[in-house]
Structure formats: C-alpha cells, structure tokens
Design a protein around this ligand. Structure first.
Ligand code: BMP
Length: 276
C-alpha cells in the first residue's frame, strides 16, 4: 500500500537509506512530524530557537548562508543540540548546478554541508547528473537527498511534466534520493512506466504550512497541517514564520509554545490519516 497509509515506525524498519530510516525512527519515537525552518540571521537567535524547539521536532531545517555571524563553532553547537534533543539536520541548500560543481559545493567551501547535514535538497533542473554529483559525496557519509518536485510559492514552474520527470529521476536513484519537497504524494505519477513503484517509499516534506496566516506579501502560500498531512498525505510539515514569528526580536517562550502547537496539530493529522 502507499507509504502514507503505513506508520512511520513500520516505514523506518523497511527503509534502506540510513538518513531516511533515522528520520522515520525519530518521528515515531518523539511523536512528531514537525520540521522547524530556522530562518534567522543571528547565531544567538539561531541556537536559542533550536534549543527551544528541539524537543518538538524530528528535523531542523537550516539556510546556513543567511547567518551574518557564521563561524564553524555554530556547527558544533548545532550538532550538540541535535544529539541532546534527537533531531536530524536538513540544510535547505537547493543545489541546482552540474554534477561536478554541486559535488564541490556540497563537500567544500565555507560550509562543508555534507559533513553535518543528514539531508539536503536539489532542484531537478540539471537532470540526473546533479544526483550523481551529490551522491558521490553524500552516499559514503550515509546522507539522503530530497528533490524539489513542487514548490509552495504562487506561480511556481515546477508542475506537470517537470514534476513527473523529477519523480522519474528519483526512482532511478532510490539509494540516495529519499523524498521530495512537494505539496502532494507522488506515487501515482508515472506508475505505469516502472514496476519499482510498489515498494518505493519517498518522504514528502511540505513547506508552506501555517495555522494562522494564508500567505505572505511575496507569494508564499500556506495550508494547515490537516490539509497537508491528512488530506494530501504528506509526511513532514515544514514551518518557519508560523513558529518563529516575523519580528526582529525573538520571543523564545512563544516560539516554544508555537512549536508544541504545531507538533500536536501535525501528529493529530497523521493519526487521523492512519485511522481513515
Ligand atoms: P515560512 O514557513 O516562514 O514561510 O518558511 C518556509 C521555508 O521553507 C523557507 O525556509 C523556504 O525557503 C522553504 N521553502 C518554501 O517555503 N517553499 C518551497 O517550495 C520550498 C522551500 O524550501
């Protein structure tokens, strides 16, 4: 049956990618399908938010390049929090170049993403070579890759045939590609042209989740955890401003309350989906 009708626990036991297995295992253990997107520019806020939301999340999503006071010690602090609170780390890097270039961007430079991010993501636009390039670095480190099959923003071009081709690319590399950034499940896509669909288990990670706002002034579009998880069968809800707020000053107590609220909403939506 489609992965979204099975429990996270059952899926954890059967998944063959170590990063996906660890994520599904943590989701079941901590009863959370929440990923918080920590989109802040100061190290102090970044670490305070992660410490506050850590107990409620399975995955922390980073944009490491927006930190203004980045230094390598941030990664050590992030890893310590990841061990303490038990969450995985997803660097939302959205690689989009030829294989040779992305292998260098993933392994090297200032951030050395592959050395600390359990999961990262890539656009499908360069074709299969982008997966080959990233896999050459990530597979030996037991990492997982997410492909962007759809986007949450208004007017996104990743639709129709593009989305279908992204799914085909992922199916050809199920050792490394563990899921999609998408708004729906992808199993029904192109199901006729492969017989591997039956046992495939792609995680659907969905950004554009909010309980209060419907969107922002720059084309973001929000759906509720119930719409995303119960109705559309997605596995992980990614929440940024719904939890961390939109102001410059961070209220850590409020951030923690919101994280708990989204954890509960996401988990209830998952339990409802399984009981349907
Ligand atoms: P927010 O919940 O504050 O709108 O943040 C959403 C996060 O998810 C941002 O970090 C953004 O880069 C990311 N994202 C998105 O919003 N839509 C997509 O389709 C893909 C994303 O990675």
């Amino acid at each position: 049956s489609s992965p979204h009708l099975r429990s996270y626990e059952d899926r954890a036991q059967k998944h063959n990618n170590p990063a996906a297995r660890a994520l599904l295992y943590l989701m079941a253990k901590k009863k959370t399908n929440l990923s918080v997107s920590v989109d802040v520019t100061r190290k102090k806020d970044f670490l305070a938010i992660i410490d506050a939301v850590g107990p409620y999340v399975c995955l922390i999503k980073t944009h490491i390049d927006i930190l203004e006071d980045y230094d390598p010690s941030i990664i050590e602090d992030l890893q310590a929090l990841s061990n303490e609170h038990e969450f995985l780390i997803f660097e939302d890097r959205k690689f989009a170049d030829i294989g040779n270039t992305v292998a260098l961007q993933y392994s090297s430079g200032v951030y050395k993403i592959a050395s600390w991010a359990h999961i990262t993501n890539a656009h499908a636009v360069p074709g299969p070579s982008i997966i080959a390039g990233l896999a050459s670095v990530g597979l030996p480190l037991e990492r997982g890759l997410i492909l962007l099959a759809e986007m949450s923003s208004k007017g996104a071009l990743a639709t129709g045939a593009y989305t279908e081709d992204a799914v085909r690319m992922a199916r050809a590399r199920r050792d490394f590609v563990v899921g999609f950034i998408a708004q729906h499940r992808m199993e029904t896509i192109g199901a006729r042209d492969t017989d591997s669909v039956g046992d495939e288990d792609f995680l659907i990670l969905s950004p554009g989740v909010g309980l209060d706002a419907k969107g922002d002034a720059m084309g973001q579009q929000y759906r509720t955890p119930a719409e995303v998880v119960t109705d559309c069968g997605c596995d992980v809800i990614i929440v940024g401003r719904g939890i961390i707020g939109t102001g410059r000053d961070i209220d850590v107590g409020e951030v923690q309350r919101q994280a708990q609220r989204y954890q509960v909403a996401g988990w209830e939506a998952y339990e409802r989906r399984l009981s349907r």
